[in-house]
Design a protein around this ligand. Structure first.
Ligand code: AMP
Length: 299
């Protein structure tokens, strides 16, 4: 049989029994029906390429809510590097299989870029009191405006009671808390612990892009974070930073972009330690062109 060349065959979106919502009114009214019955709605926003780290968030949401919505949307406005957006792994079919395995009652929302942004793919302006100016914000200009924009839109569409975010992206979690505060959004934000491979590497969609050698080298990131935590007990901030920078010097396959110790709430760069404050260490490392981030509570 010959198929006319102008016919575009779209991949089927519910091959394995899970219904995928792709437009706003459909998902909004499905959620509204559950809410009318007094059910609590949980929401986990993701960019797909799902792994056990996402899985831990789905399980937290399922434990705490009656109905859980998972969004899968690779958000263009949060990528400051077009090549990173281009190469970001996308496999909706594999994601649906993953979700069905966790719980076939999850509601999946996988909108198109036009559904979220209309014809103008553009981030909104926010004032995050400097939370977005440091670390990831400094190295990825515009990243958090993009994140906050898509979350504002997704929260409006899904209207959840609770939303779950990983501490893997700790700065993002603090910015989401701020977004909810400044926009007065009726949603409770829950932070969930970092899920790791057995060798300590934080689970990430980007890990799939590591070569064998890079993957073998990458547990060094968490190992060094744990050593930094130990040194933080009896060394100055400056000495801990110096230690980590030295550890990465000449390290094959891994290039340190930044290591920073910051106040866990304000994310302000720490220079000295105050007994009453909580601190966290943050790290970004390149393995080839794959950018890996991680963080750890220090006290
Ligand atoms: P992403 O798909 O990368 O946008 O991530 C979606 C959500 O999953 C975010 O809240 C991330 O912080 C969270 N997440 C990603 N990796 C992990 C991990 N290893 N442990 C816990 N949460 C994670």
């Amino acid at each position: 049989m010959q198929i006319a060349s102008n016919i575009v065959i779209l991949p089927p979106v519910n091959l394995i029994g899970m219904h995928v919502y792709t437009n706003r009114p459909e998902i909004s009214s499905a959620v509204a029906k559950h809410k009318e019955k007094g059910l609590k709605i949980g929401f986990v926003p993701t960019m797909g390429a799902l792994h056990r780290g996402h899985g831990s968030l789905f399980n937290f949401a399922l434990e705490n809510c009656d109905v859980v919505v998972v969004s899968i949307f690779v958000n263009p406005t949060q990528f400051n590097n077009p090549a990173d957006l281009e190469t970001y792994p996308r496999d909706l079919q594999a994601d649906l299989e993953f979700l069905e395995h966790i719980n076939p009652n999850l509601l999946v929302f996988a909108p198109s870029t036009t559904t979220i942004y209309g014809s103008e793919i553009k981030a909104l302006d926010f004032n995050f009191d400097g939370l977005d100016q440091v670390m990831e914000g400094a190295f990825r200009p515009g990243h958090f405006e993009g994140v906050a924009t898509v979350l504002k839109y997704l929260f409006e569409i899904v209207n959840p009671d609770m939303a779950f975010f990983g501490e893997k992206d700790y700065q993002q979690l603090q910015i989401v808390n701020k977004l909810v505060e400044i926009e007065n959004l009726p949603v409770q934000i829950v932070g969930c612990p970092i899920s790791r491979h057995d060798d300590g590497l934080a689970e990430s969609s980007r890990n799939k892009r590591l070569t064998k050698k890079q993957r073998e080298a990458s547990p060094f990131i968490y190992k060094t974070l744990m050593q930094a935590k130990e040194h933080f007990n009896d060394q100055s901030v400056e000495d801990v930073v110096h230690f980590v920078e030295q550890e990465f010097k000449g390290k094959e396959h891994l290039e340190l972009e930044y290591f920073e110790i910051a106040n866990a709430t304000t994310l302000k760069h720490a220079t000295t330690k105050k007994a009453e404050d909580k601190y966290r260490a943050f790290i970004a490392v390149f393995a080839g062109d794959v950018r890996l981030i991680d963080n750890i509570a220090l006290n």
